[in-house]
Design a protein around this ligand. Structure first.
Ligand code: C2E
Ligand code: MG
Ligand code: MG
Length: 405
């Protein structure tokens, strides 16, 4: 049976939490000292309400101990301090592999806490005995997840199994399509559609990323040429990895490729993440500057999550700033995410960049970004990544305003 542990040095808070906890959990234990709590035996089904600020062992120390013991219990963090402290502790716990279901600032909203406890109570896995019987009733042919290796990927590139899906980017104010982000997928003959999180790191580590990017660029150029023939004006954003900005010939090769098909280089945006720039900064600076000189556009992707300094924005001639989706996703309810997004919009505009928000999943987020003056929107609320032919249909629907129904 799962237990609720309350760990807080303040007696009043403990009493309040116990009252709420006992309406949901049969077993509730209260500890006013972190060191005593740590002597208890925890199971994977337990839930811990943990105060961060305690005199003997603080919450962060307890997080460290739990991580060391590879605890699978679920944490809910509490703090009398600001949200910044809570977020930092939550990120730390998650980086350590712990599960954090939520966080609360004191004074705690008892109704919200009760709601969370109820949802946890019903979602937490059944105890091991029951799980075992379930496993035994599973058919023996359980699907094995495909973990590709270098050779699989090499063959995939050679056999042209990589395809591009395109996710629309729209002008927030005018609500018209301005571009798409090209996102690579692997169409495996027996394992179906495989997403980039399963093979980009492999490509980067095995050195196959150069070939992969070359294939992605060829596919994007071919698509752009088709759109040009159909008189459709859509920019294509292409993701490039750190290794792609180490070859000094990259800008020349690209320049020749678009020239060959008589395409306008400004219809291509190369997206680079902050972390990709942290390698050889001089070489990256050389390559990126020459890409701009040849008329290509440059975007700084996942902005806000890397470790770049502002001087990087000053040195590299980016034309677009793409705010990371982790901030965009929370812009409506989280004051810090909102402050970060607002600052990114302002910073981008001051530096003459277009600002893109990705990860817009609902109308409230869309409206919020529109209010903030963000230029371009991308996200599931507008459309998920899709094939080129599905995109053609989508563009036609967009013209008749049917997409937000
Ligand atoms: P990214 O460049 O930041 O791309 C955005 C990712 O967010 C895409 O995932 C997209 O499907 C997803 N996304 C878009 N809107 C939403 C939303 O509203 N909510 C949520 N939860 N997600 C949304 P995808 O396609 O799985 O790509 C993941 C990452 O893989 C990309 O992140 C990019 O870093 C990398 N990647 C994709 N294609 C390529 C490529 O051709 N080359 C390289 N080097 N990396 C690529
Ligand atoms: Mg991207
Ligand atoms: Mg991104």
């Amino acid at each position: 049976m799962n237990k609720l542990f309350i760990v807080d040095d303040d007696m009043q808070t403990c009493n309040l939490l116990r009252t709420v906890g006992e309406t949901v959990f049969t077993f509730v234990e209260v500890y006013q000292q972190g060191s005593v709590f740590l002597q208890q035996k925890l199971t994977d089904q337990d839930v811990i309400l943990l105060d961060l600020m305690m005199p003997d062992l603080d919450g962060v120390e307890i997080i460290r101990y739990l991580a060391k013991g590879q605890s699978k219990a679920t944490l809910i963090l509490i703090s009398g301090y600001d949200r910044g402290v809570l977020h930092a502790a939550e990120a730390l716990a998650q980086d350590h592999g712990l599960t954090v279901a939520g966080n609360f600032i004191k004074p705690i909203s008892t109704s919200e806490l009760k709601q969370l406890l109820i949802s946890l109570r019903s979602s937490i896995k059944a105890p091991p005995m029951v799980t075992k019987t379930i496993i035994q009733t599973q058919p023996l042919t359980t699907k094995v997840t495909f973990v590709p290796n270098e050779e699989d990927l090499r063959i995939a590139i050679q056999k042209k199994q990589l395809v591009l899906h395109y996710q629309p980017q729209i002008n927030l104010k005018k609500q018209t399509i301005v571009g798409v982000e090209a996102l690579v997928r692997w169409l495996h003959p027996s394992h179906g559609l495989i997403y980039p999180d399963k093979f980009i790191t492999l490509a980067e580590q095995s050195g196959l990323i150069e070939q992969l990017t070359e294939e992605v660029i060829n596919l994007a150029v071919a698509q752009s040429q088709q759109w040009k023939e159909q008189a459709i004006t859509i920019k294509i954003s292409i993701n490039i990895s750190a290794q792609n900005i180490t070859s000094l010939f990259f800008p020349e090769q690209l320049g020749k490729l678009v020239q060959k098909f008589l395409l306008d280089p400004s219809m291509f945006v190369f997206e680079v993440t902050e972390s990709a720039l942290m390698g050889n900064i001089l070489t990256s600076l050389d390559i990126l500057t020459r890409l701009r000189l040849k008329g290509f556009q440059l975007s700084i992707d996942d902005f806000g999550t890397g470790f770049s300094s502002l001087s990087l924005l000053h040195k590299i001639p980016f034309t677009e700033l793409k705010i990371d989706q982790s901030f965009v996703l929370n812009v409506v309810n989280d004051t810090e995410s909102r402050a970060i997004v607002e600052t990114c919009v302002m910073l981008g505009h001051k530096l003459n960049m277009e600002v893109v928000a990705e990860g817009i999943e609902n109308k409230a987020t869309f409206d919020c970004l529109l209010d903030m003056g963000c230029d371009i929107a991308q996200g599931y609320y507008i459309a998920k990544p899709m094939t080129a032919s599905a995109l053609n249909t989508w563009v036609n629907k967009m013209k008749t305003n049917e997409i937000f129904d």
